[in-house]
Each structure stands twice: as structure tokens, then as C-alpha cells.
Design a protein around this ligand. Structure first.
Ligand code: NBP
Length: 477
């Protein structure tokens, strides 16, 4: 029997994605470099659907109906190139090669160009939701040509998470748009997790709540505007205890956050595009700081903390609510910045990305799934060319309503010596945007003074330079 689609690379993600596809009634060809993984999949889960297993890549390719659609689900980077190089000579014109791994979007641009020259379609497909999502319904961000999506769309939409009957899968744009959007998704995930971690730290260190009490707070928050997978999971993790001693699990975990690189990629791309994604950047740097153990030890020794100095008295219930408002406002900023980055990336690369559709497919299946995304979807439905999410009626009201609490929380954190890089930078971003005049004027004047970099004036058009070392007269350039 000819398969409708093939999956090569059957580690946790590929195996679960293949099972999900087969469970939805699509005959699925499966292949893995090490054949035992293919055999294990068919032995354990063969009754979930129709799998066509092959040991060699040649047989795998032959087992798929043309034009073929083949999903590569191997380690990102060189392994993906190695698989593409092996696959290409076996394919026919019009076949579709899909990379479902976490590729850097620049690699996807390169691969798409190389394969299109050979008459093949290359699709960079971002898959979010981890291994559980891959099995039960991920969020899928598909790049590549319209033509490729006509073949792939019905399959990916059937296996994706569904919210209100709408699949969390879409063709987000040509070329590497899918991987770019997935990268920013992960960047937002970094910011979201950092904000949650700061909220936890504040509630524990300043309001004196125990992890179990903070779990209750998060559970309550999950019943409101903040409802999301990560908030729900935070309550669960904070309630978890370790071993027989029953200490909070969060206290036995080493406080050094790791990263696989997608946050860093997001920040690097944002720097190239000139988009201030301060929440994502601070979240990425906060992980780096946590890993600098030698510097942390040295600083702890020199700047020992006096517990009295850090004691800030707050009304517990009032503070809990202020932290909730600060978390929500900061989250609005982080998401607004992420969507700005997608818009800027799309413009830079000539991809027509529908931001409303991105919000729609992030409502389910992915790690940042949240009720909040419904609001973002609505905002883009009302105004597709939105300048910034921050100023849309719903979010503007939320931020205005929470701004006093937000300031209070950031100020209290500073007084109490609790680091809140994401809360603090989001508030500064907000203040920076709404400020009538920014001190950027002084920076421009300094640049003109030391480097003759010129400036523009508020009162007339043109570019000017002052002869700082001379008679200080102004020249129009
Ligand atoms: P891994 O990233 O651990 O990769 C293991 C797979 O790559 C195995 O099938 C392995 O084959 C294959 N492979 C390697 Br390594 N080198 C190869 C080569 N030169 N030729 C052929 N195959 C090769 O798997 P994963 O965790 O399932 O992730 C797959 C992709 O999905 C990655 O790009 C990842 O970034 C992405 N992703 C992962 C998650 C997640 O939660 N884990 C979420 C979203 C996206 P072998 O069995 O023969 O060694």
C-alpha cells in the first residue's frame, strides 16, 4: 500500500507525530537511520493506524505516493542537511520535503533555495507542543509555497490541536516564515516563563508566601485573564514536593536555567531587524546570568545580603493582586514585542504573514497557549495593520488599569533587592513608548559632537551638523 505521507526521524517528536498522523487515518510511511526505532514504533503502536515501515531510505521514498510529502524530524543543523542530501537524489520533481525540526530560519531560506533549483518544494514547518503536543495535537506553523500547502494542509490541519473547531495549523507565509514564527513563539515563551518566575520570586521573597501558597495563587489566576498552559503548569510544579522529606520540589532544583538557543536566535534576529524585544532579551540574559555560577559566588561574598535590608513590608493580599496586574501588563508588552518582530521579519523578507492567523494557531497545542491569544486574534481581525497591540482598546485598558500596581511592584522589587529584569524592562518599554520627549535627543547631540553624525530638528526639515570645535554655527547637510 502506498503511503500518503512519510516521516523520517523517529525520536520522541517524529515518532509521536507519525502516530498522530496515522491515528487520523493517513497511511504513514516511517523511517529512521537506526532501524530498531522504526521496528519499535510499529511493534508498539502498529495497531493505531496504517504504517508502512522501511529500513532503507530508498524503500521509504518508494513507499510514498507522488508528489511525495516527506517530513524530516531529526536533530536540527547538520543532521537535517545530511538527511536532505541523502533524500534529494531519490526524489522526483514536484516532491515536497518538510523540515519539522527547530531549524534556524536562515538555514530554511538556504535549503528552500537549493531545493527549488532542483524542482523540489521545501517547507520549513514549526511544530510546538513538545512530545505530548506532537501526539495529541500540536500547533503547526507552516512555511513554503501555497502549492505545497495544498498537499500538506489537510494532513497537518487534521493532526493539529483544535480550538473552537479551528485547527491550530496554518500556512503562515512563504519560504522560512514558518520557522521564523516558531522562533519568535519560543522567544515569547522565554519571556512568559521569566515573568512567571519573577512573579513567584516576588510572592515568595517579599510577600513571604510558601510555594504551596503560591501554587494556590497561580491556580486562582488561571481562572481569569491570565489563564494559560504555563500558569496552570506553574501551580502544578509549585505544589510538587520532593521525596519523603516533602520539601518543595522547586527548592531542590539547581537554579541555573539552560537553553537550547531559540531565545538567543530571536534576540539576535531582533537586533538585526532593530526591533526592541526587551522582554525576550531580558529573559534570555536572565538565563545566562543564572548560569554564571562563579560570578554569582564572587558577588554573594562581596555583597552579602542583610536580611533586614531586604525586608519590605507589604500587605499580602494587596501585593498579590498588584503582582497579578504587573504580570498581565508585562505579558501584554512581551507579546506586543513578539508580534512586532514577526511583522518586521515578514517585511524584511517579503513574506506576507497574517498576524491574526498566527494568534489563532497559538491558541492551542503550543507551550504559550492562552486565553489571551483570543484577544490578540480579535485585535488583528479588527485592524489587520495594527501599529502595536499595546494600543488596541482591550490591551490599552488592561495596561492603564494595571499601571499603578505595575510601578508599585517594580519599585518594591528594587527596594527589596529582588531582580525583576522582565517586569522592569517591560515597564520601561511602556514608558519609553508613551513619553512625549525621549533623551534620544541628547544622544543625537552627543553623536554629532564627537563624530559629526548629524541630527534632525524638531522645527524644520533637513539634516544638520553643528561645528562644535569651531564657531558652533549650524550647517545644513
Ligand atoms: P533529536 O533532536 O534528539 O534527534 C534525534 C533524531 O535525529 C533521531 O531520529 C536520529 O536518528 C536522527 N539523526 C541524527 Br541525531 N543524526 C542523523 C543523521 N546524520 N542522519 C539521519 N538521522 C539522524 O529528536 P527530537 O527530540 O525528536 O526532535 C526532533 C526535531 O524536533 C528537532 O529538530 C527538535 O529541535 C525539534 N523539536 C523538538 C521538540 C521537543 O520537545 N523535543 C519540540 C519541538 C521541536 P538515530 O535514531 O539513528 O540516532
Amino acid at each position: 500500500q502506498q503511503a500518503t505521507i512519510g516521516v523520517t526521524g523517529l525520536a520522541v517528536m517524529g515518532r509521536n507525530l507519525a502516530r498522530n498522523i496515522a491515528r487520523h487515518g493517513h497511511v504513514t510511511a516511517v523511517h529512521n537511520r537506526t532501524f530498531t526505532k522504526t521496528e519499535a514504533l510499529v511493534d508498539e503502536f502498529g495497531d493505531e493506524g496504517t504504517f508502512v515501515a522501511s529500513e532503507s531510505l530508498e524503500d521509504f521514498v518508494k513507499s510514498i505516493e507522488t508528489p511525495r510529502a516527506i517530513i524530516i524530524m531529526v536533530k536540527a543543523g547538520e543532521p537535517t542537511d545530511a538527511v536532505i542530501d541523502e533524500l534529494v537524489p531519490l526524489l522526483d520533481e514536484g516532491d515536497i520535503v518538510v523540515d519539522g525540526g527547530n531549524a534556524h530560519f536562515a538555514d530554511t531560506v538556504r535549503r528552500e533555495q537549493a531545493l527549488s533549483e532542483k524542482g523540489l518544494h521545501f517547507v520549513g514547518m514549526g511544530v510546538s507542543g513538545g512530545e505530548e503536543g506532537a501526539l495529541h495535537g500540536p500547533s503547526i506553523m507552516v512555511g513554503g509555497s501555497e502549492h505545497a500547502y495544498e498537499r500538506l494542509g489537510p494532513i497537518v490541519e487534521s493532526i493539529a490541536a483544535q480550538v473552537d473547531g479551528t485547527p491550530c495549523a496554518a500556512h503562515v507565509g512563504p519560504d522560512a516564515a514558518g520557522h521564523f514564527v516558531k522562533m519568535v513563539h519560543n522567544g515569547i515563551e522565554y519571556a512568559d516563563m521569566q515573568l512567571i518566575a519573577e512573579a513567584y520570586d516576588l510572592l515568595r521573597s517579599i510577600a513571604g508566601l510558601s510555594p504551596a501558597e503560591i501554587a494556590d495563587v497561580f491556580e486562582e489566576w488561571n481562572g481569569g485573564d491570565l489563564e494559560s498552559f504555563l500558569i496552570e503548569m506553574t501551580a502544578d510544579v509549585l505544589r510538587h514536593t520532593d521525596g519523603e522529606g516533602g520539601q518543595p520540589f522547586v527548592d531542590v532544583v539547581l537554579d541555573e536555567a539552560e537553553q537550547k538557543g531559540t531565545g538567543r536566535w530571536t534576540v539576535q534576529a531582533a537586533l538585526d531587524l532593530g526591533v526592541p524585544v526587551t522582554g525576550i532579551a531580558e529573559a534570555t540574559f536572565a538565563r545566562s546570568l543564572s548560569g554564571h555560577t562563579e560570578q554569582r559566588a564572587a558577588a554573594r561574598e562581596v555583597f552579602t545580603t542583610d536580611p533586614d535590608e531586604q525586608r519590605v513590608s507589604v500587605d499580602r493580599d494587596v501585593f498579590v493582586d498588584q503582582v497579578r496586574a504587573a504580570l498581565y501588563a508585562s505579558k501584554v508588552v512581551a507579546y506586543a514585542q513578539g508580534f512586532d518582530q514577526i511583522a518586521a521579519g515578514a517585511e524584511e523578507h517579503g513574506w506576507d504573514v497574517d498576524l491574526g492567523s498566527v494568534a489563532t494557531i497559538w491558541r492551542g497545542g503550543c507551550i504559550i497557549r492562552a486565553q489571551f491569544l483570543d484577544r490578540i486574534k480579535d485585535a488583528y481581525a479588527e485592524e489587520p495593520d495594527l501599529t502595536t497591540l499595546l494600543t488596541t482598546a482591550y490591551f490599552a485598558d488592561a495596561v492603564k488599569g494595571g499601571v499603578d500596581a505595575w510601578r508599585e511592584v517594580v519599585a518594591t522589587a528594587a527596594r527589596g533587592g529582588v531582580p525583576v529584569p522582565a517586569f522592569g524592562s517591560s515597564l520601561s518599554y511602556f514608558d519609553g513608548l508613551r513619553r512625549e520627549r525621549l533623551p534620544a535627543a541628547l544622544i543625537q547631540a552627543l553623536r554629532d559632537d564627537f563624530g559629526a553624525h548629524t541630527y534632525r530638528r524638531v522645527d524644520r526639515e533637513g539634516t544638520f551638523h553643528t561645528l562644535w570645535a569651531g564657531d558652533r554655527s549650524e550647517q545644513e547637510i
